[in-house]
Design a protein around this ligand. Structure first.
Ligand code: ADP
Length: 579
């Protein structure tokens, strides 16, 4: 029953010029009339489509009112779902998830089945993660042909080529995560797989690290190499030597990263459903084989009012976001049957944030401070707790996720839960641009830059909060803004008061230790994982990277990705390219 008296979809979207550009480039669809939809049409399309799910649980649901609530959250840029939902909801494709993990079996049929599934997922805008750990090592025998196998790294290039060929519905090129366990016989080849920077360009690589391996690194001992099929010891390697090579290669070019596999499985909410062996491309979403997950992010900028956090409003958005994401699971059109089944068993959602750096400057807190990491914990705990409460409430009406009884939740005292996971911190590469917010939990990369480098007369694009401060504290001048754009940061600009320089700290001024501490602070209250790049200056040493790896392990992170300035030309994802 819809409430026909009520005016729906009243507010105009609060978009900046930049956001509209991005939407036009990739998100706005042709309507049936042949016209291109407006940003407002887009949010209405998504809101109506996702609200339709309400009818599955209540035939009398007031779908219009729910759609209006969803619309207002998106139009006010308080909450945005991941790109595939914005692009595909209410369109024929209707593929709404950003993240998938596919199994790769140790047979030609299995491998090419996975390639086919990958193609279907990429076509619809999703990213895929794989573990190649089940594949027999290079030169191992193949019974049927009496030949030898070409090994996991060689098969990865098949997936890479397939990705290269499929342009995702003309929208974005595909992205993959490739994982190999550190105890796989081909681990060294995997570590070197992207040393040649023209290889596996559609892949991020991560070594799957075990607890045994980390212990051996710390004790300086050997660890066992195991056969993939029956996990029998087939050799051993010096853990510290392997670790050093991983660190050196990451220092050299960013790949491979590492994920702490045992730790991920220790926090697996549904161990009875299987083992987690991979994450999605950017690392924030560990999943079981054939699981998918849809993400959504809260824009923290919108919850700072008069220098304070409006917790009530944040709670309200958490509630709506959880309902929205649970609805997405219902409305989603899954690329293959297995994914449909697996996703609906656990009903994982990934609610996270963007605009963290913005929130910190609005509250006058430097990113590299204990105050900031404490606030990170407070904000994320709030979102997780409120999100869980809403998931429990939904479960009472809609039922718990089907594998709830065998999940970790009953032992934690929960009587019902709609979603096996609630929180994930995504990179928000594109949706943060749409929202006009800083991306995910990353610090600012630069405070000002020239949009058009060829045009010398043009005023630089300055961080709006810095600009506001400059006027407020009366240190604004055109020449200062030019200096700021040249340097990218205010570190040496003595015209800017020191306390302001400290608050407006940028990525390369922040010690890697603080990057890791921030990731760990958010991880503490994130069910899934946290997307974070630990940035190093070009002059950083291999030992600096090693320290960051050890700290990530010691502080409970689920993995770590580093990037040393200038060490790689292009990255797998086109994050930032439209900025
Ligand atoms: P967005 O801001 O577009 O919603 P994010 O930058 O937060 O997306 O990325 C979230 C996840 O979406 C990634 O971890 C990955 O799984 C998927 N993804 C992002 N970019 C791509 C891409 N170009 N191709 C395929 N999947 C992608």
């Amino acid at each position: 029953a819809s409430n026909s008296n009520k005016q729906l979809f009243q507010a105009e979207p609060e978009l900046l010029a930049n956001s509209v550009t991005v939407l036009k480039k990739r998100y706005l669809r042709k309507k049936e009339s042949g016209q291109i939809e407006s940003p407002k049409d887009l949010f209405i399309r998504v809101a109506k489509n996702i609200a339709e799910a309400e009818l599955k649980f209540d035939s009398n649901a007031d779908v219009d009112s729910v759609a209006d609530i969803f619309y207002n959250q998106m139009a006010s840029l308080k909450f945005l779902p991941n790109s595939p939902t914005l692009m595909n909801a209410g369109n024929s494709l209707q593929q709404l998830s950003a993240c998938f993990v596919l199994p790769v079996e140790d047979s030609l049929e299995g491998i090419f089945e996975a390639v086919k599934h990958t193609a279907l997922i990429h076509k619809s805008g999703g990213g895929t993660g794989f573990s190649f750990s089940r594949l027999r090592p290079k030169d191992d025998t193949v019974k049927t042909t009496k030949g030898v196998s070409s090994g996991p790294v060689s098969f990865m290039s098949v997936f890479d080529a397939a990705t290269e060929t499929i342009k995702q519905g003309g929208m974005r090129r595909g992205a993959n995560m490739g994982i190999l366990r550190v105890d796989h016989p081909d681990i060294m080849e995997f570590i070197y797989a992207k040393q040649d920077k023209t290889k596996l360009t559609n892949f991020n690589l991560s070594v799957g690290i075990t607890e045994e391996f980390m212990k051996s690194v710390k004790n300086g001992t050997e660890y066992d190499i195991l056969t993939p099929r029956d996990r029998k010891k087939t050799g051993s390697k010096n853990a510290k030597e392997v670790f050093n090579e991983m660190v050196r290669l990451a220092w050299e070019g960013g790949d491979p990263g590492i994920i702490f596999l045992d730790r991920i499985n220790n926090t697996n909410p549904t161990p009875a459903e299987g083992e987690m062996e991979s994450t999605n491309p950017c690392g924030e979403q560990p999943l079981l084989p054939y699981e998918s997950c849809n993400l959504g992010s809260i824009n923290l900028v919108k919850f700072v009012k008069n220098g304070k956090i409006d917790w009530d409003d944040l709670r309200n958005t958490c509630n709506i976001a959880v309902r929205f994401l649970d609805n997405v699971i219902e409305m989603n059109n899954y690329p293959i049957k297995q994914i449909d089944e697996m996703t609906k068993k656990n009903r994982k959602i990934g609610l996270g944030i963007m605009g963290w750096a913005d929130m910190l400057v609005m509250l006058n807190i430097p990113y590299n401070s204990d105050k900031a990491t404490l606030l990170a914990e407070e904000v994320m705990k709030f979102i997780r707790d409120e999100g869980r409460k809403m998931s429990v409430e939904l479960a009472e009406k809609r039922g718990s996720f089907p594998s709830f009884d065998k999940s970790i939740y009953p032992a934690l005292g929960f009587k019902a839960m709609r979603n096996a996971t609630i929180t994930t911190i995504a990179p928000t590469g594109t949706i943060s641009i749409i929202a006009g917010a800083s991306s995910g939990i990353e610090p600012y990369f630069a405070l000002a830059y020239y949009r058009n480098v060829m045009d010398n007369n043009k005023l630089p694009e300055v961080n709006p909060y810095f600009l506001e401060k400059a006027h407020e504290s009366k240190f604004y001048s055109e020449s200062l803004m030019n200096k700021l754009a040249d340097a990218g940061n205010a570190h040496d600009l003595t015209e800017v008061p020191e306390d302001i320089r400290k608050v407006f700290v940028t990525s390369h001024e922040i010690e890697p230790v603080w990057h890791v501490k921030m990731q760990a602070a958010f991880q503490k209250y994130t069910d899934n994982a946290v997307s974070k790049t630990v940035n190093f200056q070009n002059t950083a040493t291999i030992e600096d990277v090693e320290k960051a790896y050890m700290l990530a392990y010691d502080l409970g992170c689920k993995g770590i990705t580093i990037y040393r300035d200038g060490s790689r030309l292009g990255q797998v994802l086109n994050i930032g390219s439209v900025k």
